[in-house]
Design a protein around this ligand. Sequence first.
Ligand SMILES: NC(=O)c1ccc[n+]([C@@H]2O[C@H](COP(=O)([O-])OP(=O)(O)OC[C@H]3O[C@@H](n4cnc5c(N)ncnc54)[C@H](O)[C@@H]3O)[C@@H](O)[C@H]2O)c1
Ligand SMILES: O=C(O)C[C@H](O)C(=O)O
Length: 359
Amino acid sequence: MQPTSCSSEPNQRIARIAAHLNPPNTQMGESSGPARWNCRAKGGSSGFKVAILGAAGGIGQPLAMLMKMNPLVSVLHLYDVVNTHGVTADISHMDTGAVVRGFLGQQQLEDAVTGVDVVIIPAGVPRKPGMTRDDLFNINAGIVKTLCEAIAKCSPQAIVNIISNPVNSTVPIAAEVFKKAGTYDPRRVLGVTMLDVVRANTFVGEVMGLDPREVDCPVVGGHAGVTILPLLSQVKPPCSFTQKEIDYLTDRIQNGGTEVVEAKAGTGSATLSMAYAAVKFADACLRGLRGDAGVVECAYVSSQVTELPFFASKVRLGRAGVEEIYPLGPLNEYERAGLEKAKKELAESIQKGVSFVRK
Ligand SMILES: NC(=O)c1ccc[n+]([C@@H]2O[C@H](COP(=O)([O-])OP(=O)(O)OC[C@H]3O[C@@H](n4cnc5c(N)ncnc54)[C@H](O)[C@@H]3O)[C@@H](O)[C@H]2O)c1
Ligand SMILES: O=C(O)C[C@H](O)C(=O)O
C-alpha cells in the first residue's frame, strides 16, 4: 500500500504542531504579530470564512462548536476579550473541515475580522431577572460600535449577523458606524431574530400537536417584548387557533427570553437555543452567499415594509445578503393592533441607537 502523500517533511510537520501547542503569548492586550494562533496551518474543505465575536461566551461557545460542524465553513475565527485560546484549542480538536483560529483582545480584533465572509456578533452582557433588553444598552452599545468599526475598516464586504441586545438598537448602531465609515450596505447588516421564530414554531407545535420542524410561523417587528409580533394568522400548515390560544402563544413567544432569564435565575439568558438559532440563520446566509435559490428567513433589517427605517420581516438571502424584503401580508385585527404597539416602541429604540453614534 502506498503511504498517504503529504507535501511537507516529517520534521516540518512536527514543528508546525509544536508551534500550535505553544501559542505565542497572547494575554489580553498583548499582540503577537500577524501569525496569531492557528490551530492548523492548512484547511480541509473549501468554503466560507466566518468570524464569531464574543466566541468565549455562553452563546459564543456552542455557536463556535456548531459552526465548526457546518460543511460550508472552511475557516472559523474566534474572537473574544477573554478565554479565546481555551475555546479555540478545544474546538480545533473536532475532526471537521473548518480550520479554527483564535484571536484575543482588542489588538487582535482587526486580524480576526479581516477577509471574512460572515461575522456573527454575540459579544456583550446578558440580562438578569428584572432587566429589560434595553437595560443592556449602556454596555452593549459601545461593544457593538467598536466591533463594527473594525469590520467597516477591515471587512466592509462581510455579512454581519448581530445577536447582541438590544437588537432593536444595536442594528441601527451598526448601520450608523458603517455609514460613518462610508461602507454601509444595508443588505449586509442583519439583526438575528431567528430565536423568536424557533420559539414560535416550537410553541405552536406544542399547542397544535405538530412536529415543530413542520411549522413555519413568521415573527415580525423587532426583538423585545411587544415588538416581537408573531403572525399566527399566517402559520403554515394553516392552523385555526382559539382566541385563548392566540393570547397564550403571543404572550409566550414575546416573553420566551424572559422565561429563560428567570429559569436561569441570575446566571444569564438563552445561550443554547440561541446558538442553535444563530447557526440556523448563519447557515441560511451562507447558502445565500453560495447562490442557493429560495433562502427565506425572518431578520431585522433596514426596511421599507413600514414607515420605520428598521423592521423584522421575511427576507430572501442571496449573494449580496438581503436581496428581497417581503411585505407583511394580510394581518387580522389582533395583529394590526399588535403592529401599532410594536412600531411605537421600535421607533424609540431605533432613535436611541442612531443618536448613540451620531452624538
Ligand atoms: N438576538 C437574540 O435573540 C439573543 C438571544 C440570546 C442572547 N442575546 C444577547 O447576546 C449577548 C451575549 O449573551 P451571552 O449569554 O453569550 O453572554 P455571555 O456574557 O455569556 O458572553 C458574552 C461574551 O462577550 C464577550 N465580550 C464582552 N465584551 C466584548 C468585546 N468588547 N469584544 C468581544 N467580546 C466581548 C465576553 O467576554 C463574553 O465571552 C447578550 O447581549 C444577550 O442579551 C441575544
Ligand atoms: O431575553 C434575553 O435577554 C435574551 C434574548 O434576547 C432572548 O430572546 O432569549
